[in-house]
Design a protein around this ligand. Structure first.
Ligand code: FES
Length: 142
């Protein structure tokens, strides 16, 4: 009886794994392009992205360039900021700030909010950086 019970559990577990894989395949398809974006996230210089005071030190905030590109602005120090493309290098979903990390809702990649580096895949390339400077308390593209 124990062996039979074990066998049933194995079948149930395997079935759940197959169902999980199917859900993953659907998520992949729903994510859009199979070609991840590459290269720097260009933004015209002099665009104000956000006020530095809107972000706590060590945290990040989503913003948009004037032409509608999604970027992430991170306050790396009291008076310093960094910015990155918000487009995940895996398959192009928009990452979301979560404390000192940027999380991709599509396949759960995690990036370092201060550097854009990959902390957890499936993404294997860092988020392209966007050159910014802090001018009069505003984070401005450089
Ligand atoms: S698009 Fe797949 S992890 Fe971001």
């Amino acid at each position: 009886m124990t062996a039979e019970l074990h066998s049933r559990r194995t079948v149930l577990t395997t079935g759940a794994a197959v169902a999980g894989a199917a859900v993953g395949a659907v998520a992949l398809t729903a994510c859009g392009s199979d070609t991840p974006p590459s290269g720097p996230a260009a933004a015209a210089p002099g665009e104000t992205l956000t006020a530095l005071s809107d972000i706590e030190v060590g945290q990040a905030k989503a913003a948009k360039t004037a032409d509608g590109k999604d970027v992430i602005v991170t306050r790396t120090a009291e008076s310093a900021a960094a910015a990155f493309s918000a487009i995940c290098t895996h398959q192009g979903c928009a990452v979301v700030p979560d404390g000192a990390e940027l999380k991709c809702p599509c396949h759960n990649s995690i990036f370092d909010a201060a550097t854009g580096a990959v902390k957890k895949g499936p993404a294997d390339k860092p988020l392209p950086s966007v050159a910014v400077k802090v001018t009069n308390g505003q984070v401005v593209t450089a």
